[in-house]
Design a protein around this ligand. Structure first.
Ligand SMILES: Cc1ncc(COP(=O)(O)O)c(C=O)c1O
Length: 510
């Protein structure tokens, strides 16, 4: 039963004199605050804070916290920007005081454990991508795209080609962040058509590829859940035209340990740890978008990079260790890892300190927990679950790209729209009443009335069957009921554009 009384504003619940706790009487000498602080620093009156009891506070926040859906409370088959279930052991590891309490300005010698982990993380991400150099700095997938395109621009500038190579080719079913990042990095975008099967239209691609091309940004597997059939040919032709291939690695969760972007022709890529490994995303918390690149692009990566000094022997007595000892004033362990700033061609920093280290730690734990065979099984199960669900859903909502998919598929609600006037949005909203997070809708634009579904590898057959059954029941319901859905949430249908562009974050209670 929803408790709406305790989720009213705390200011509404407030009654003078109520307290969640009371301090014992003061047992030390007191002094007048005006004698201790300058007059300007002393407030005229106490702040107008709500006065409530402890149960009121607990009920208020606990009930508020359950008004939304989350990956810990509901099946969350979002699609594209999916945040998959985060194992709790990774949360616990990232919260260990040895990691969580470190000061980001500590000298290298005082944070050798953290640098060791970050160094290994760079190595793992390089190994998984087949691209030998890595920067952990970017704070989100889109930020990784932007940083990598700055790297590409620096590379072409160095070769005296930047004036000529202004274009970034982007297939028309790409995530919106791809063209946006290209423009922010100073390039012009050129859309490349895709075919009904989701693959790149090779004629259109070849017609647009020339010596003005700097980069082709491609998502593979792509946003309709298809592994690009001509990937190798496309990469070879971009390279032959003097361009670079950027791989939007958001969908790496479909190919871990099975194939590597570096092996199928990518020169650079970003990871979305929230979807591929483990970590929060967007409104769920800070993110990360580490990037990996070829040796040729490595000099331009953001600085600093974590480097291993020597081959494991102590470097006590080195310039660094003397600097560290002087900075901390106590004897320090041997310095094996350091932050290297000596990168004259680097594009510079793209994030303060060392990126969102807490997010990277969760992803590190995920990789270490699974190991190479386990990561491969993660992808196999993600693909298996998506194909199972596709086979259950395609009779209810047609899937234009066919009977097989990688990690996700895109169903189309256009038939039911024509027959009953029920839109993809109506179906997505009604799913909330059945206790499922809504899938991504109306993306990609190449599929009419798109409903994108990504179950991820952690879900059981029972959950997938129940979700398919709910979809079936929804398509049998009356259009009137669906147009008004959801019926069980605190807010039903806000104006989504207004809510995003002009959020009203103030409340009045007088
Ligand atoms: C295909 C694709 N590219 C790029 C992004 C952007 O990533 P982020 O939201 O972390 O900026 C996403 C979102 O997860 C995505 O699904």
């Amino acid at each position: 039963m929803r408790n709406t009384r305790d989720t009213q504003l705390l200011f509404v619940l407030s009654k003078p004199g109520r307290r969640a706790g009371r301090l014992p009487a003061c047992d030390v000498p007191t002094a007048d605050i005006a004698e201790l602080l300058p007059t300007a620093a002393v407030a005229d009156a106490p702040p107008a804070l709500p006065e409530v009891t402890e149960p009121q506070i607990i009920r208020h926040f606990l009930n508020l916290s359950t008004q939304n859906m989350s990956v810990d409370t509901h099946f969350y088959p979002l699609g594209s920007c999916t945040m998959k279930y985060n194992p709790k052991r990774n949360e616990r590891a990232a919260a260990m005081p040895g990691f969580a309490d470190l000061h980001p300005l500590s000298p290298d010698a005082a944070v050798q454990g953290m640098l060791h982990v970050l160094y290994e993380m760079q190595q793992y991400l390089s190994e998984i991508s087949g691209l030998p150099a890595c920067s952990l700095q970017p704070a989100a997938g889109a930020h990784g795209e932007y940083a990598a395109l700055l790297v590409a621009a620096a590379y072409f500038r160095d070769r005296g080609e930047l004036e000529q190579r202004r274009r970034v080719l982007v297939p028309d079913n790409a995530h919106g962040t791809n063209p946006a990042s290209a423009v922010m990095a100073g390039f012009d975008t050129v859309a490349v058509k895709t075919l009904p099967n989701g693959g790149v239209d090779m004629d259109d691609f070849r017609g647009k590829l020339d010596d003005r091309t700097a980069v082709l940004m491609i998502t593979n597997p792509n946003t309709v859940g298809i592994f690009e059939p001509n990937m190798r040919v496309i990469a070879d032709e971009v390279h032959a035209a003097g361009g670079l291939v950027y791989l939007d690695g958001a969908n790496m969760n479909a190919i871990l340990g099975i194939t590597r972007p570096g092996d199928f022709g990518a020169d650079m890529q970003h990871y979305n740890p929230h979807k591929t490994f483990s970590g929060p995303h967007g409104g769920g918390g800070p993110g990360a978008g580490p990037i990996c690149v070829t040796d040729a692009l490595a000099p331009y990566l953001p600085a600093p990079i974590v480097e291993r000094v020597g081959s494991g022997s102590s470097v006590v007595g080195s310039q660094e260790s003397e600097h560290n000892a002087a900075a901390t004033n106590y004897p320090l362990p041997p310095t094996l890892y350091r932050l290297s700033y000596d990168r004259p061609k680097s594009i510079g920093r793209v994030r303060s300190f060392f990126g969102n280290v807490g997010v990277l730690l969760r992803a590190y734990c995920y990789i270490r927990t699974h190991g190479p065979d386990g990561l491969k099984r993660v992808s196999e199960n993600a693909v298996l679950n998506a194909n199972y669900l596709l086979s259950r859903v395609k009779h209810i909502l047609p899937v234009p790209q066919g009977d097989r998919c990688m990690h996700e598929f895109v169903a189309s609600g256009s038939k039911i729209k024509k027959e009953k006037g029920v839109a993809a949005m109506d179906i997505a909203k009604r799913l909330l009443d059945y206790g499922y997070h809504a899938p991504t809708v109306y993306f990609p634009l190449t599929v009419p009335e798109a409903i994108m579904v990504e179950p991820t590898e952690t879900e059981s057959k029972e959950t997938l069957d129940a979700f398919a059954a709910a979809l079936f029941r929804i398509t049998e319901e009356s259009p009137e009921l669906l147009h008004e859905a959801p019926h069980s949430t605190p807010i039903s249908r806000p104006d989504e554009v207004q809510a995003a562009r002009s959020p009203c974050l103030c409340a009045r209670w007088d």
